[in-house]
Structure formats: structure tokens, C-alpha cells
Design a protein around this ligand. Structure first.
Ligand code: UDP
Ligand code: MG
Length: 314
């Protein structure tokens, strides 16, 4: 019998937990042909999420959990889930039931035809502002134009991964994580499955705009060095224009005598150049920051407690 691991990152999800638990138990009961394991990764929740998970685990041996020592973020929580998922396939799903668990049997069917990464692509997204939808679609398109690795448009983290895909993902251990980019980067056979994304079943979103902007910058800079190249190209163009302008100024001064009325052009040149320099420095700084964090080579997360035993644990 094949084992399917469901990885569920949870951060302050007490409000939806009973519904989630119900839907997962139903899913397992409706598909007895597989061995199911629910791996909850409690990402430093400050509400009753951990207690609810432990209660589930005490009553149902399908429920496993990992409790982080603090909040490490969803990207890291997913990695921890993958580190502990030793089944034949792993599914990553949000705790808030925006991704319907009932789609998983269909994903399994596609996986059984030999696909490594069955990702769920949103046909629609209920309960999300049009600003969020618009910025998200803009971001996917921007990411795609700056990289040669194909990006899956309108796809979140809801997906089923084969064993070899999970093993590949475990090896990618950079600290500036953007799983969406990493899923694409590891490659393997991918196939989409369309679904309607529901609104959150309860509770409020944990991923505010601040977190999403950081994630977007991580995605862009961890995946491509195009911004560095753009800075270099803009720098070259501006230098060329400035050089031609300088020749013009010198020639004019030689022909018509010194020109004291040059203040506006001088000022605009200084401002333009200053702006371009700051922009380029910012871009370079972004990458240096990344190098700094990466060279520290810190462990990605710490576990406070878990009921999962792994072969190399003592
Ligand atoms: N999440 C997490 N750590 C965080 C923030 C979120 O594990 O720091 C989990 C959260 O519990 C949920 C999933 O990530 O299962 C998606 O979060 P959310 O619904 O808040 O984001 P959205 O759907 O609005 O993008
Ligand atoms: Mg959500």
C-alpha cells in the first residue's frame, strides 16, 4: 500500500482547525486504498493550534506533527514537512482550506501515470481583493520574463510531489527561500490540474502585504541575476548619454564662450546620475545581503518537539 503524506504548515490556525481535521479524516476514510499521514508543521503559532494538533495526534495515529521553536515562515515550514515526509508521495496544502483536500485523489491519479509534480492551478480565487489578484498575476509574469526556468502561472504551493521530487527539494537548502521558484527550478515532469480557490474557511490571512513583498523580492533575486544586468545596462546608457552631453557643453563653451546659464542642465544631470547610482547600489546591496545571509550557513529551522521518528534520530 502506498503512503501519501499531507504537509500542512500552520500558523495561528486554531479557528479553522476542527474543520480542517474533519475534512482530512473524511479524505482518508474515502480513500482506504492508501496509507495517509498528516504532517502538521506548527510554525510558532501563538494561539491554541499546537494543542489542537496534539489532541488530533493523540486520537488518530495518522496525525503527525513538528513543532518549531519559533515562527520561521511558511517557506521553511514546507521544507521541514518535506524533510519528514517519507511516504511515496507528498502533498502540500494550506491549513485554511483554501485548497480543497478533495482534489487530492485526482492528483494521485495523475501521479500514478508517472508525473512527478501535480500542481493545482487556480481557475478563480474567492474572497481575495482584486488588488491582491492583480499584484499576484503581475508578479508571476515579471518572474517569468526575467528567467529561463518556466514558471507556473496562477499556481500556489498546493501540489503533489513524487518521492524523487521530494528528495530533490530537500537538497535545496538556501536560506532565502521561495518555494515556488524552487519547485520550478528542480524540474521533473509537471502537470497542472485546475481548481477554484475557496475563500479562507475561518481566521485571517497571515501573509500580509509586507510578507508578500519580501517573498516577491526573494523570488526575483534568488532566481535571476537579471536586475544586476539591468542596473549595468542602465548605467552604461546613462554614461554614454552623459559623455555626449559633456562634449556638447565643452564645444559650446569653446565657440560661444563660458555659459553661466547652465544651472538647470547641470542640476538635472547630477540628479539623474545620482538616482541611477542609488538604484544600482540598491540592487547590488540586495544581492550582497543575500550572500551575507547564505554564507552564515545557519540551520534553517529548529524543532522543539515532534512525534515523528526518523531513521537517523536518536
Ligand atoms: N503560514 C505559516 N507560517 C507563516 C504564515 C503562514 O505556516 O508565517 C501558513 C498558514 O497557516 C497557512 C498557509 O501558510 O496554512 C497560507 O497562509 P495564509 O492563508 O495566511 O496566506 P494566503 O492564503 O493569504 O496567501
Ligand atoms: Mg490562505
Amino acid at each position: 500500500m502506498k503512503t501519501i503524506d499531507i504537509i500542512i504548515p500552520c500558523y495561528n490556525e486554531a479557528a479553522v482547525f476542527s474543520k480542517l481535521r474533519e475534512r482530512l479524516v473524511e479524505l482518508a476514510a474515502a480513500n482506504p486504498g492508501f496509507k495517509w499521514e498528516f504532517i502538521f508543521v506548527n510554525d510558532g503559532s501563538r494561539d491554541k493550534t499546537l494543542e489542537l494538533i496534539k489532541d488530533f495526534a493523540a486520537n488518530d495515529k495518522q496525525a503527525k506533527y513538528i513543532n518549531f521553536s519559533r515562527n520561521f515562515g511558511k517557506e521553511t515550514a514546507m521544507l521541514a514537512g518535506l524533510d519528514y515526509a517519507d511516504g511515496d508521495a507528498a502533498v502540500i496544502i494550506d491549513a485554511d482550506l483554501q485548497d480543497p483536500p478533495e482534489l487530492i485523489p485526482e492528483m494521485i491519479k495523475i501521479w500514478q501515470t508517472g508525473v512527478d509534480d501535480v500542481y493545482a492551478r487556480r481557475k478563480s480565487r474567492a474572497g481575495e481583493s482584486s488588488l491582491k489578484k492583480w499584484t499576484s498575476s503581475l508578479y508571476y509574469r515579471l518572474l517569468q520574463t526575467t528567467t529561463r526556468v518556466p514558471i507556473q502561472i496562477d499556481t500556489g504551493d498546493f501540489r503533489l510531489l513524487s518521492r524523487r521530487c521530494v528528495l530533490a527539494l530537500r537538497e535545496v537548502r538556501e536560506s532565502n527561500r521561495n518555494m515556488k521558484a524552487i519547485f520550478s527550478w528542480v524540474g521533473y515532469k509537471k502537470q497542472e490540474i485546475l481548481y477554484d480557490r475557496d475563500a479562507r474557511a475561518a481566521g485571517t490571512t497571515q501573509q500580509g502585504y509586507g510578507k508578500l513583498i519580501n517573498l516577491a523580492i526573494d523570488g526575483l533575486t534568488s532566481f535571476t541575476t537579471a536586475p544586476l544586468r539591468i542596473a549595468a545596462v542602465v548605467g552604461m546608457v546613462v554614461t554614454l548619454v552623459a559623455f555626449i552631453w559633456m562634449i556638447r557643453v565643452v564645444v559650446r563653451a569653446l565657440i560661444f564662450g563660458p555659459d553661466t546659464a547652465g544651472y538647470p542642465s547641470l542640476m538635472s544631470a547630477i540628479l539623474l546620475l545620482g538616482g541611477v547610482q542609488l538604484l544600482s547600489l540598491g540592487v547590488i546591496g540586495e544581492y550582497i545581503g543575500r550572500i551575507f545571509i547564505e554564507t552564515k550557513n545557519r540551520p534553517l529551522y529548529f524543532i522543539e518537539e515532534s512525534n515523528i521518528k526518523r531513521a537517523n534520530d536518536d
